[in-house]
Ligand binder design. Structure first.
Ligand code: FE2
Length: 404
């Protein structure tokens, strides 16, 4: 969609590109992010209050403010404020901006952590900002069930435009605001966030993304260490008696039978897959491939170079791998599958769409994939997912809507 589709909001120095994400480990913190053209008095303040309370009792937090240059572009002022000590399962209003440019938003905090607490995620990836992206986003938003979004990377696709046109990061921020300002989007970074372009002197990888999209890595109480040590310590912290579901977001899929990006996730798979099986991860969501695919529960961790055991095998302790890179970006659909369909691949389809994961309790979650075909969100693949920690041996059952 052209830049003009997403004008900035009206008013002098109006806050824009508002988005929120989880701000702590337990769900009592929220990171509020927004952009203003000028760094004026008060433009870095977020006021917030419980929806049922009197606004005059409001609390406020101050953002850290930065801006960045990229080639011939200078960003607006990028504000990120973490608000803490929120009540569980409570609707809050929050307000940004000053005077007549004030804008008000709201969010609802997640329920108190517990083993049988229902919660529903939307899942999207590789979204971009095309008309197909728009359809994906609004299909997701038209479903009132989604409480937070798991996003598997590749956001704006600014890097597909001349000199990584940074205005595309701004238009993307405006595009997703109708959802991202009202519920947390949990971001994973993809290759389109790298923005490395040495021919225009831009050699700081992930610069625009890191300035614009803060994530709660400090909540994990790690330094910004390499992925390996972070993941090793993070997995140990998960108490499945308290939070039964273990979901992982990566960008490149590990089990992918599409010729696009075939085997690109292989080195990561070899490194981390044994931990995922050992820790009985329930589902791994990936993007990168612009199509949809769901795997069987398989693993490929026995191979030691000489034993010949190099094929994936069914393994009840292994996660289900889902490729959901079908948000609808400018690069189009990846419709070039390998044939025959390998046995690890349970369902695959080259259509745009999004998914939902409705966690019902400690043992069951309903997973559905909604493709954009037919101009309305159609459920084309669905599955009752059995929790690997509480029901380690049970096979999943296809729910009634599934076509295969
Ligand atoms: Fe990608």
């Amino acid at each position: 969609m052209p830049l003009e589709t997403f004008p900035p909001p009206a008013g002098l120095n109006a806050p824009e590109q508002v988005h929120i994400t989880q701000g702590d480990h337990n769900g009592r913190g929220m990171i509020i992010s927004w952009v203003t053209p000028i760094n004026d008095d008060g433009s870095n303040i977020v006021k917030y209050w419980i929806a049922t309370s009197d606004k005059s009792t409001n609390l406020s937090a101050e953002a850290s403010t930065t801006s960045y240059r990229y080639h011939d572009y200078t960003s607006g002022f990028l504000h990120h404020a973490t608000i803490k000590g929120l009540e569980y399962d409570t609707k809050y209003f929050y307000e940004l901006g000053t005077g007549r440019s004030t804008r008000q938003f709201s969010f609802t905090t997640p329920p108190k952590v517990g083993p049988d607490v229902p919660y529903t995620f939307g899942i999207m990836g590789d979204l971009g900002q095309t008309y197909a992206s728009n359809q994906t986003l609004y299909h997701y938003m038209s479903n009132p069930k989604g409480q937070a979004v798991l996003f598997v990377g590749d956001l704006s696709y600014a890097d597909d435009h001349p000199n990584h046109d940074q205005r595309k990061w701004d238009s993307y921020g405006r595009f997703v605001e109708p959802s991202a300002a009202y519920q947390p989007w949990i971001w994973a970074a993809g290759n389109h966030e790298i923005d490395f372009a040495q021919w225009i002197g831009e050699t700081q990888a992930f610069k625009p993304y890191m300035y614009r999209y803060h994530v709660p890595y400090r909540a994990s109480q790690n330094k910004y260490t390499p992925q390996n040590s972070w993941l090793e310590s993070e997995l140990k912290k998960v108490n499945r008696e308290e939070t039964p579901w273990l979901l992982v977001l990566v960008h490149s899929p590990w089990y992918n039978s599409n010729n696009y990006h075939y085997m690109e996730g292989e080195s990561m798979r070899v490194t981390f897959e044994p931990w995922f099986v050992q820790n009985k991860v329930d589902i791994v969501f990936a993007g990168h491939v612009h199509a949809y695919e769901r795997s069987e529960r398989v693993s490929n961790i026995k191979y030691n170079i000489t034993d010949g055991l190099s094929s994936p095998i069914k393994n009840p302790s292994a996660p289900i791998y889902i490729t959901i890179g079908d948000g609808g970006n400018i690069e189009g659909i990846a419709n070039d599958y390998t044939y025959p369909q390998p046995s690890y691949s349970a369902y695959r389809e080259a259509s745009f769409g999004h998914a939902m994961l409705e966690i019902k309790n400690r043992t069951h979650a309903l997973y559905t994939w909604h493709r954009n075909q037919d101009d309305e969100p159609v459920v084309a693949d669905s599955l009752w997912v059995k929790n690997r920690y509480f029901l380690p041996e049970e096979d999943e059952t296809l729910s009634g809507n599934s076509r295969d």
